[in-house]
Design a protein around this ligand. Structure first.
Ligand SMILES: Nc1ncnc2c1ncn2[C@@H]1O[C@H](COP(=O)(O)OP(=O)(O)O)[C@@H](O)[C@H]1O
Ligand SMILES: [Mg+2]
Length: 341
């Protein structure tokens, strides 16, 4: 009798999935009492509609088994542990008011610099509008794989000693995706919950520019240790920086500091320095707003080339002044985090 019931449960699809309720692993026990069957279910399912469907579909199927007249479901909801990403010590979010300021470049090279210091580092490309981290890290087109130990989770891609995951590795490259709020929320949630990040000292999250849903979800889903604002010296970028700062404030995410990217130019031939844009604006902005200042990154053709070729400057030319500048930024981040306590 019990075997027949289990066979029948193999045919009951889990709502929204392509496998059965049995494979979903929610059936804790089946007890047969005469012509009555008690199915004990343990589930983390939060969606009440799914639970309601199970309440209908399981009894309906089991009543087909000879000798079964009554089916009772005992549903126990298992509460998921609160700290969702407990094995990640610090989540750091980088953002900018607008695109094109080098937010991803900074995220990538800072992550690699932290790894060089010996930290365990993850890099999450949450910029669903312009996921360029696969290109920058040279992992374009590499498909993600399932974690053999946790079949419901995926493994990040390991490159240059850090663990990387981008929406770009999950959807076709030029897919014109119109992401709306709920989808973004779901994507970010899954990036945090359904990825086997393992033990990490730092997870750097490259957020989309602006102050939208991704930022909100991240703040709601996990404890973000601190935010980093990337700006360029031009004045236009400044008002955007103010917006990013306000947003972090609203979400009660401490700002670790501001980085000025494309800050100045050093001539590769003569070594002379030129402030192409009005250099120093980011430091001023930080001072005016009581924020930390994490450093200045010069504009350098090698940075762009490194990004295009999938070999970031911190690994491509580690002794260059720009790589050193990124290491300084990484050191300052560690200091700021230590100061937070
Ligand atoms: N310091 C820099 N020197 C030279 N090129 C840079 C620098 N920072 C970023 N870039 C280039 O500028 C472009 C935009 O940078 P990216 O990191 O993609 O910006 P964002 O993520 O803010 O949109 C890329 O081509 C990148 O290689
Ligand atoms: Mg980017």
């Amino acid at each position: 009798m019990k075997e027949k019931i289990l066979d029948e449960l193999k045919k009951v699809f889990y709502p929204g999935k392509t496998h059965s309720v049995l494979e979903e692993g929610i059936i804790d026990d089946v007890v047969v009492e005469g012509n009555k069957v008690v199915v004990k279910i343990k589930t983390k399912e939060k969606n009440q509609a799914v639970i309601d469907m199970l309440k209908r579909s399981i009894p309906m199927s089991l009543k087909k088994v000879d000798g079964v007249e009554d089916v009772e479901l005992e549903i126990e909801k298992v509460v998921e542990e609160k700290e969702k990403v407990a094995n990640i010590k610090h989540v750091i979010a980088t953002t900018s008011g607008k695109g094109g300021v080098g937010k991803s470049t900074v995220s990538v090279n800072t992550a690699l610099a932290l790894a060089k210091f010996g930290y365990k580092v993850g890099l999450l490309d949450a910029d669903i509008y312009g996921p360029n981290i696969p290109t920058m890290m040279g992992i374009e087109g590499i498909p993600v794989t399932l974690d053999p130990d946790h079949k419901d989770k995926i493994l990040p891609i390991v490159k240059y000693g850090i663990k990387v995951l981008s929406i770009g590795n999950l959807v076709p490259k030029d897919a014109a995706i119109i992401w709306r709020g709920p989808l973004i929320n779901q994507a970010i949630k899954q990036f945090l919950e359904d990825v086997s990040w393992g033990e990490l000292d730092f997870l750097i999250v490259d957020l989309p520019p602006g102050t939208g849903d991704a930022q909100l979800t991240l703040a709601q889903e996990t404890k973000v240790t601190g935010g980093i604002i990337v700006i360029t010296p031009q004045n236009v970028a400044m008002s955007d920086a103010a917006k990013a700062n306000d947003f972090f404030k609203k979400l009660k995410i401490p700002v670790l500091g501001v980085i000025e990217n494309m800050s100045y130019f050093i001539c590769p031939n003569c070594g002379a320095r030129t402030d192409i844009f009005d250099h120093g604006g980011a430091r001023k902005f930080a001072e005016q707003n009581g924020l930390g200042f994490l450093g200045e990154i010069p504009i350098d053709v090698e940075v762009r080339e490194g990004g295009d070729k999938g070999k970031p400057i911190v690994v491509a030319n580690p002794t260059s002044p720009v790589a050193q500048a990124f290491e300084d930024v990484a050191r300052n981040i560690v200091e700021k985090i230590k100061a937070l306590g």
